[in-house]
Write a protein that binds this ligand. Structure first.
Ligand SMILES: Nc1ncnc2c1ncn2[C@@H]1O[C@H](COP(=O)(O)OP(=O)(O)OP(=O)(O)O)[C@@H](O)[C@H]1O
Length: 268
């Protein structure tokens, strides 16, 4: 049985394990010349090691902004973000990001070259070590066959798998994924979701995953944080999502419950 808990009743879970990512009362604002936009307001959540933690909410609720802040690309106006107890002040190799766009790869480098690149520049591995590790992760995402190919010869799904391999090869503390499958067709999206879950079974990495699809959140996550519309605040958290039985209609019931929670009072 999964539990939908309000923010105030999450203390039990937090007491059991020490969290890897702690987002504490975080408010994030964009300041333009004309105005200040509050993207998220007082958001608190913890991600444990090996969590597949989902940020779910309607468009504009600040999911990407939160992910960028965990990535160290934005600083909170209020509150703090820590990784393994260290305050996040800038991007770091302990957090790798995978974005929605297919153009994240360097077009002049092969698949192998792309996956090796951060291993050489950020992780400072030798060429031999970087190639060995890159080939290992390229194999994990099932792309060994195209290791010498250039990005423009790959499909969107394949490019996303290269981006995932590149992120995973760095063996970060947490993989940050911003709607990585949103631009894919339904079938490829499903295949990529399955593959991500297979990879997770293999290495149990920690992933913080942004989506606005309730179905995707239930498929991928073991925990789902529900955010309110703009500015994003925590509405509720769904725990033990991976324990639901997909064959007896529980997933559909949970999807309906989450929909109700996210959009209650907004439909006419
Ligand atoms: N660079 C920016 N400058 C000013 N405002 C911004 C900027 N980026 C985002 N915003 C605003 O901040 C709010 C949150 O945006 P964000 O992209 O984080 O939402 P989101 O939940 O990821 O949305 P979506 O699901 O549509 O990607 C929105 O109101 C958006 O217009």
């Amino acid at each position: 049985m999964n539990a939908i808990s309000r923010p105030s009743s999450r203390i039990v879970e937090q007491a059991v394990v020490s969290p890897l990512v702690e987002v504490n009362n975080v408010t994030l604002r964009y300041k333009t010349q004309e105005m200040v936009i509050t993207a998220t307001k007082g958001v608190t959540f913890n991600v444990n090691r090996s969590d597949r933690f989902i940020l779910l909410g309607p468009s504009g609720c600040g999911k990407s902004t939160l992910l960028k802040a965990v990535g160290g690309y934005l600083q909170p106006d209020e509150g703090t973000i820590t990784i393994d107890g260290r305050k996040v002040t800038q991007p770091g190799a302990d957090r790798m990001m995978v974005f929605q766009e297919f153009d994240q790869l360097l077009p002049w480098k092969t698949v192998l070259g792309n996956v090796m690149f951060p291993l050489l520049t950020a992780a400072k591995l030798s060429t031999r070590e970087a190639e060995e590790k890159a080939r290992h992760y390229i194999e994990k995402v099932g792309l060994s066959r195209v290791a010498e190919a250039y990005p423009h010869t790959l499909s969107g799904g394949m490019k996303q798998r290269v981006s995932i391999a590149r992120g995973m090869a760095m063996e970060p503390d947490v993989l940050l994924m911003d709607e990585p499958f949103a631009a894919l067709d339904a079938l490829t999206r499903r295949t990529c979701q399955d593959e991500l879950l297979r990879l997770w079974e293999d290495t149990k990495f920690t992933v913080l995953f942004v989506t606005h699809s309730i179905g995707e959140a239930i498929r991928i996550g073991n925990r789902i944080l529900l955010l309110s519309p703009h500015p994003g605040r925590v509405k509720a958290e769904v725990c033990d999502v991976d324990k639901i039985n997909v064959s007896d209609g529980s997933a559909a019931k949970l999807e309906a419950e989450i929909h109700e929670l996210l959009f209650a009072g907004e439909e006419h």
